[in-house]
Design a binder for this molecule. Structure first.
Ligand code: PLP
Length: 384
């Protein structure tokens, strides 16, 4: 049996979600923009899904827009905030997901928007005093702060309330890439000073190719995709009805089961960490796994060796799926920009293990045993 410890890259689709989608494929073939019965039925399915997402996040239905993925949601916010809201400065960080990092870089190159990076400590935590100093500087036009809620490679998190309040106090917009935390942490947007967040169904046991963006009702953006009047004119194009239905079902389940899943995943991760340290005391961890961190991620640094170079390859052959740093979009491991930003001199070998409530302690035992074999850790120590 294969072991899947790469749940930050993507999660398997849950049976209940697949069933809801299959039903929707049969029942909702109409075009939601058509006024006849088939169209109205399909429209009702999309609007019911929007209601569920809004309810799970403390938003109003007019603030949720469905998109094709987290990448699109983040692009939409960053590019449209510059185009439509008078943003002339973006403050972000060097460890954002590429869909934020590269978008901010492009805006910096193509426009006269000033781009600033907030300082981070070695664990990836934002230096809030530095952020405050940047926000206090004189700058033309509006400022947008874009900082991810949880880092997908090392798990380090920001405090949405603290950063939101700081941005609010300085009259800055606040966008947070919440792709890794939606469905894992309670987020009540009615109580937070957050203007924009993004989500992606495949990170919380829903389908790929569907996401959403929350746009606070005070900050109306102009259309991102011109065309039809779908998504209240924001994003033309016939809706991905089945994906949207699947996203809502997955988020509803994740919200209902959040505490139980969290406890289960934390247990699995802690057990893995304990077993690993017991066999290999020389490993270290990136980020702040015992502090403000996502409980699903454990980024492990193995000391350099020829065997460690082949660790991902050998784990895959042994039926174990993990990532080096993060899932790379090109299929070529070019190293991690997150580790490079936080520990530029490190020669250690990073492997990201990321867990789900579907994993078991038996799977952990299997992975630890294989790691010992691959790295030739003394077998008498491996009594599991
Ligand atoms: N932001 C973060 C933090 C992510 O981890 C990911 C996915 O890896 C994305 C954005 C992109 O999401 P999507 O795959 O839906 O485009």
């Amino acid at each position: 049996m294969r072991v899947y410890f790469d749940n930050a890259a993507t999660t398997p689709i849950l049976e209940e979600v697949a069933e809801a989608m299959t039903r929707s494929m049969r029942e909702n073939f109409g075009n939601p923009s058509s006024i006849h019965r088939e169209g109205r039925t399909a429209r009702a399915a999309v609007e019911q899904a929007r209601k569920v997402v809004a309810r799970c996040l403390g938003a109003s239905i007019g603030e949720i827009f469905f998109t094709s993925c987290g990448t699109e949601s983040n692009n939409m916010v960053l590019k449209n905030a510059v185009r439509d809201l008078g943003v002339r400065r973006i403050i972000s960080s060097p460890i954002e997901h590429h869909c934020v990092l590269h978008t901010v870089q492009r805006i910096g190159k193509d426009t006269d928007v000033q781009v600033q990076q907030v300082q981070l400590n070695e664990q990836g935590h934002v230096d809030v005093t530095h952020l405050e100093a940047l926000l206090s500087e004189e700058s033309e036009g509006k400022t947008l702060v874009s900082l991810m809620h949880a880092n997908n490679e090392i798990g380090t998190m920001i405090d949405l309330e603290e950063i939101g309040n700081l941005c609010f106090a300085h009259g800055a917009y606040f966008h947070s890439d919440t792709v890794q935390t939606i469905g894992y942490f309670p987020i009540d947007l009615s109580k937070l000073n957050v203007n924009f967040i993004s989500g992606s169904a495949h990170k919380f046991y829903g389908p790929k190719g569907v996401g959403f963006v929350y746009i606070n009702s005070d900050n109306i953006l102009e259309p991102y995709l011109d065309g039809g009047a779908q998504e209240r004119n924001m994003r033309g194009g016939t809706e991905n009805i089945y994906g949207i239905v699947g996203l809502a079902k997955a988020l509803e389940l994740a919200t209902e089961e959040m505490d139980v899943r969290r406890q289960r995943i934390t247990e699995i991760r802690d057990y893995f960490k304990e077993q690993l340290l017991d066999r290999m005391p020389e490993v270290t961890f990136n980020g702040d796994p015992d502090g403000r961190s996502h409980y699903k991620v454990l980024s492990v640094d193995f000391p350099p060796s020829e065997k460690a170079d082949l660790i991902l390859f050998n784990l895959d052959i042994a039926g174990i799926s993990v990532s080096g740093g993060s899932a790379c979009s090109s299929g070529i491991d070019t190293g991690s920009h997150v580790i490079a930003a936080l520990q530029p001199d490190s020669d250690r070998h990073t492997v990201r293990f990321s867990f789900s409530h579907l994993n078991t302690t038996q799977e952990v035992d299997q992975v630890i045993r294989k790691l010992c074999e691959i790295l030739s850790v003394e077998q008498e120590q491996t009594t599991i």
